[in-house]
Design a protein around this ligand. Structure first.
Ligand SMILES: NC(=O)c1ccc[n+]([C@@H]2O[C@H](COP(=O)([O-])OP(=O)(O)OC[C@H]3O[C@@H](n4cnc5c(N)ncnc54)[C@H](OP(=O)(O)O)[C@@H]3O)[C@@H](O)[C@H]2O)c1
Length: 240
């Protein structure tokens, strides 16, 4: 498999922390020009600086993907800077209250806004740039909450919705050499919901760098087929 991403542009959301940061490092190490998106500029700039220190190419686009105007404006800036987009990693995501009775309207709107609407806003806004690449791929980061019922109502609904959106993107992209994959990871060691980082064993909580390696494999897989979906779980918690 050719894992060289030289002359490819990759847009990564949620790129300043956790899985998104790990993916940004990995794709930049493979030669991609990384366009990094998150809300807060400072952690984003620190990530870009660290990537550049390692010889990679990275630029920052502070943006709240749940705000359609910001997503559209950011997409225009990225299109003007790079033209074709080869890789879009829709990773930005936030958690939500676990219980139905604890879930307020604001919680619902915020989580659906980031985890689902944000993916639509950015992918739709970058669509012409994805189409103009010879071959492009979109990776949508869900979670095992997107495969099973129960759990947080707003979070689970956002990730279930993302499954539908992933297939809509795949369908629309088929005629334009755009592939779309949905990834359902289980627990990762990113400090999610305030969990301490580096305490759980790797078989209990996955290393985001290792998951990023898996994403790099998906991105560099042969362009004539699409991996529709992938489920990854820590070994101690095999799915279902
Ligand atoms: N960690 C897990 O155990 C786990 C398990 C299954 C699935 N997932 C999924 O994996 C993805 C990444 O999770 P993670 O644990 O790496 O998250 P994380 O460490 O909390 O990082 C989230 C990233 O998203 C950015 N972000 C949040 N809201 C945003 C918005 N409205 N617009 C743009 N960027 C935004 C954050 O930066 P700013 O705050 O500066 O915006 C940050 O860079 C999420 O989609 C999550 O649902 C995680």
């Amino acid at each position: 498999m050719n894992e060289d991403l030289s002359n490819k542009t990759a847009v990564i959301t949620g790129a300043s922390h956790g899985l998104g940061r790990a993916v940004a490092f990995k794709l930049a190490a493979l030669g991609a020009r990384a366009a990094l998106i998150a809300r807060r500029p400072d952690p984003l700039k620190q990530t870009a600086a660290a990537i550049r220190e390692q010889g990679g190419e990275a630029s920052v686009y502070p943006c709240d993907v749940s705000d359609s105007s910001q997503a559209r404006e950011t997409a225009v800036q990225i299109q003007n800077a790079f033209g074709a987009i080869h890789i879009l990693i829709n990773n930005a995501g936030i958690p939500a209250p676990r219980q139905f009775e604890e879930t307020g309207f604001d919680d619902w709107d915020q989580v659906i806004g980031v985890n689902l609407s944000g993916v639509f806003y950015l992918t739709r806004s970058l669509w012409d740039s994805l189409k103009s690449a010879d071959s492009a791929c979109v990776i949508n980061i869900s979670g095992t909450a997107g495969l099973r019922g129960g759990g947080s109502p707003a979070y689970g609904s956002s990730k279930f919705g993302l499954t539908g959106l992933n297939y809509a993107i795949a369908n629309a992209g088929a005629d334009h050499n755009i592939r779309s994959t949905i990834l359902y990871p289980g627990g990762m060691d990113t400090g999610w919901r305030g969990a301490p980082i580096g305490v759980a064993s790797r078989s209990e909580s996955m290393d985001p760098d290792t998951v990023a390696d898996m994403i790099a494999h998906l991105v560099t897989s042969p362009p004539e087929f699409v991996v529709n979906e992938a489920v990854l779980n820590p070994l101690d918690y095999p799915f279902m």
